[in-house]
Design a protein around this ligand. Sequence first.
Ligand code: NAD
Length: 480
Amino acid sequence: MLKISNYINGSFAEPVSKQYLDNYNPATGTIYSLIPDSDERDVQVAVDAAKNAFSSWSVLPKEERSNHLLKIAQLIEEKIDVLAEAESIDNGKPLWLAKKMDITRAASNFQFFGTAILHFASESHSMENVGINYTLRSPIGIAGCISPWNLPLYLFSWKIAPALAAGNCVVAKSSEITPMTAYLLSEICVEAGLPKGVLNIVHGLGNKVGNAITSHPDIPLISFTGGTQTGKTIAATAAPMFKKLSLELGGKNPNIIFADCDFNAMLETTVRSSFTNQGQICLCGSRIFIEKSIYDKFKNAFVERVKKLKVGNPKDDTSNLGAIVSQQHMKKILSYIELAKQEGGKILCGGNQVILKGECENGWFLEPTVIEGLSHTCRTNQEEIFGPVVTLTPFATEEEALFFANSTPYGLSSTLWTQDISRAHRMADKIKSGIVWINCWLVRDLRTPFGGVKNSGVGREGGWEALKFFTEIKNVCIKY
Ligand code: NAD
């Protein structure tokens, strides 16, 4: 059985404990590889390696850092088939999706930040007849990067690429549920000739490796993507140490549909924004609010489309949905469907586990589920489920839609469907989320600020925001 290794100081290493954790293929329900059960001792070796590497990496001309990142991007592109297959096996997502979205985007992340750093400039502030201030932006040191399981290499690289581009060294941890492409990335880094110690990947559990990273005194900045509860724990650890923090957390995103929308475009995109990646994208719209006058028309058309979605073997090109990432997560989603029933919800379609035939007979699959009849305040509509489950709620007025949309503790993204341009801008201004999509969903420009408000996080990733996060700012004032 394949044993994944840590990647520390440019070499592959066993965990100090010599212990391993099981890694499951969620589509078959079987263990297919072993993950290092690392702890603070492995993190310490990684920190030592990163500290040694920092003195040369941080002063390397940015063109050379850029070349390293572009080489990694090129190798990811060349190995897209292997990486996509690994991602699909590890996570359960359809292979076509891993190829089209996850791996393609991971290469783009390295390309984007590998070139962005060449154009990154700092500011100056002139004081008439007095003097001038200029701003220095320097790499900070060792960045701790921690990522979740839903978009494994995509989100891992979204942190690592800007951290490295800005001249930091990195100690990173991917999710213990989906470590495979992070491991393959370490092989790519060796092939790309990335200097040793610049990037270190330590595999293992959140409460061991993750905690050792966030509490390490020599790691002054933490970039974390994951659940809100974990974000709270990390913030509590990091705050008294005055660490720089970027937290990208959970969501409960509204998808607001007005009667004047382009119905067909909205319907097609709403199916995707509800169920892509089995609904396990932090940006999926899980609360769908529909203007009363088209509620029945939408409900009937949507449910008809959702019933046609195929839940199947992730290897199969015709599968719209693959497996849920773990048995534990599948049970959590099923428990929320039960809760929705207790709260008075009516299941319009789905609601059950899917048992497939053949090699996937023991896999963890769920029907895409649509529920109506719930109040906007019930737990089903307030808590993040993070699965293929959406609720439908009618609204009467723009004000009511806005009120419903803003009624959760979360504020990551939102989607609006209307042809009324004034209303779209009005709503976009008032809605409490970090990202608003109007008449589209998941259209991404990597230069734009990415992140949430309220319990969805602190700080922004993307473009200059990421490069600013990963650099320390200093003002220098000169009197004429
Ligand atoms: P999670 O919080 O359980 O785990 C995320 C990562 O944190 C993993 O690598 C985990 O090992 C690590 N971790 C766990 N406990 C830790 C601790 N005490 N200290 C340090 N690290 C720790 O999240 P998950 O279940 O892997 O991912 C799903 C969540 O991620 C959802 O809530 C989803 O909305 C969120 N998410 C948010 C975004 C975003 O951009 N806002 C993107 C993707 C996913």
